[in-house]
Design a protein around this ligand. Structure first.
Ligand code: BG6
Length: 475
């Protein structure tokens, strides 16, 4: 529907930004933090090889929160590091880890900023991995102990919790995110791992409701809205297949507490046993989520891919030179294709604000649960200009257009209670370190040179601040 007025955001809408512990904190060897698998995985990537400094948020958190307050934030979405809180296999709590997050949360609350806290954002402690990691059902107990520790320590001040960041992407991009390490048959093993993650998520939901008075919890799917390439009927089925295999299977299980007929048929056809044991599905069904955290950066296109098509592996653009992405072909399921109607970033990510409106309506129509945007943003090559500043007009354009579409989705009836783009400060990208920057605040550091880690407000910081002050009515 077209409206004859700009969209309006509800009173009390949460405006903030987002981050994740291993991408922003640094201090990986300080105050008892253990090593995580993502630390090791990152070291296999170029140019980024070390997250021991990152944005040094661990030592700059007060300054960072002061900047959030200056910008006018009313929320901040960040993650807790499991290896900082439970660094050893004996399950002992690291009080210094608890103290750091207590200090951060207190600082946020003192500035009127609502913490939205992710329990797990890719940083599995190496001690868990050595005991079998996501392949081992004991990990469910380790994870539950970690979650309960967090709820007990921070639940008096943190009321919005997020369970697992992008479980779907961890399965879809198992190799890229290090989850497939040690699996002999990833094609089948991933469904066992996914089931264990679903059980971990369920334990977190139940423990949150038990331990946090007034606590609300949801998962964080990584959402990429999918269009059929044409109105050819087979393209529509291909788009539905892609939607199932990249996101819908996960969301359906979170909300309906079952595995859909679609995925069960797929498992049967492909001789896949996800190792569902007695009591598992009852546990999953009991864990009712309160809302969805939604990560969305781009959109995708799918087209028909008949069974006799050659298999082509997806290749991510890993260096930020346009054209590096290779569209995959999955015979009998779907093929990905370029979208001639949208522009792309240097990493070939589609710049598609309308996808945001489509996604929020799609999620609302399917699940009728409130949503908070937990990630959305523009990754770019950036460094200080001759004037010592960052003029990131492209990011302003990106955010403005996306936020406008969030507003339209709200006008359309979707319940959305906050917007937290990725990211507040520059931080390490999953595969491109500081070479791919997302922040409203520049961090003066590079992958090769730590520099002085100075915080420098980008133009987008001032623009976003004005937008927040107007509750989303300046364009
Ligand atoms: C999300 C992740 O998928 O995308 C973040 O939750 C990640 O951790 C973000 O940083 C952007 O991706 P990338 O690869 O550009 O860092």
């Amino acid at each position: 529907m077209y409206y004859n007025h700009p969209p309006k955001f509800p009173e009390g809408f949460l405006w903030g930004a987002s981050s994740a512990a291993w991408q922003v904190e640094g201090a990986t060897k300080e105050d008892g933090r253990a090593v995580s698998v993502i630390d090791l995985n990152s070291q296999t990537k170029k140019p980024f090889a070390d997250n021991s400094v990152a944005s040094d948020h661990y030592h700059h958190y007060k300054e960072d929160v002061a900047l959030m307050a200056e910008c006018g934030f009313t929320s901040y979405r960040f993650s807790l590091a499991w290896p900082r809180i439970i660094p050893t296999a004996d399950g002992k709590v690291n009080e210094k880890g608890i103290a750091f997050y207590n200090a951060l949360i207190d600082e946020l609350v003192a500035h009127g900023i609502t913490p939205i806290v992710t329990l797990y954002h890719y940083d599995l402690p190496v001690w868990v991995d050595e005991l079998g990691g996501w392949k081992n059902r004991d990990t469910i107990d380790y994870f539950e102990h970690y979650c309960r520790t967090c709820f007990a320590a921070f639940g008096d001040r943190v009321k919005y919790w997020l369970s697992i960041n992008e479980q779907n992407m961890q399965i879809v991009y198992g190799d890229w995110l290090g989850v497939s390490k040690g699996c002999e048959d990833w094609f089948r093993d991933k469904w066992k791992i996914n089931h264990i993650m679903n059980l971990c998520h369920a334990k977190a939901v139940l423990a949150c409701h038990e331990l946090v008075e007034g606590g609300k919890i949801g998962p964080v799917p990584g959402m990429v809205p999918i269009y059929p390439e044409t109105c050819k009927p087979q393209d529509q089925i291909a788009a539905m297949n892609m939607e199932e295999f990249t996101e819908k299977i996960w969301n359906d299980t979170y909300v309906f507490g079952t595995y859909s007929n679609f995925v069960r048929r797929y498992w049967a056809e492909n001789d896949i046993d996800p190792d569902i044991r007695p009591g598992d599905m009852e546990l999953i069904a009991k864990a009712k989520i309160d809302f969805f955290g939604v990560n969305c950066y781009r959109s995708n296109v799918a087209k028909d891919c008949p069974p006799d098509t050659a298999f082509t592996e997806l290749q991510l653009n890993k260096d930020g030179v346009k054209g590096g992405f290779v569209y995959p072909q999955y015979p009998g399921l779907y093929e990905q294709a370029a979208n001639p109607y949208v522009k792309t970033t240097d990493w070939d990510w589609e710049i598609d604000p309308v996808a945001m409106r489509y996604l929020l309506r799609y999620m609302w129509d399917h699940y009728h649960l409130p949503m908070v945007i937990t990630e959305n943003g523009f990754g770019a090559h950036e460094d200080l200009g001759a004037d010592g500043k960052i003029h990131d007009q492209a990011r302003i354009d990106f955010l403005r257009d996306q936020i406008y579409q969030v507003g339209l989705a709200i006008e359309d009836g979707a319940e959305v209670f906050g917007y937290n783009p990725w990211s507040f400060t520059d931080l390490l990208s999953t595969g491109n370190g500081m070479a791919k920057r997302y922040g409203l605040v520049f961090i003066n550091t590079t992958d090769d040179d730590a520099r002085d880690l100075r915080r420098i407000k980008k133009d987008s910081f001032s623009w976003y601040s004005r937008l927040i002050q107007s509750n989303g009515t300046i364009w």
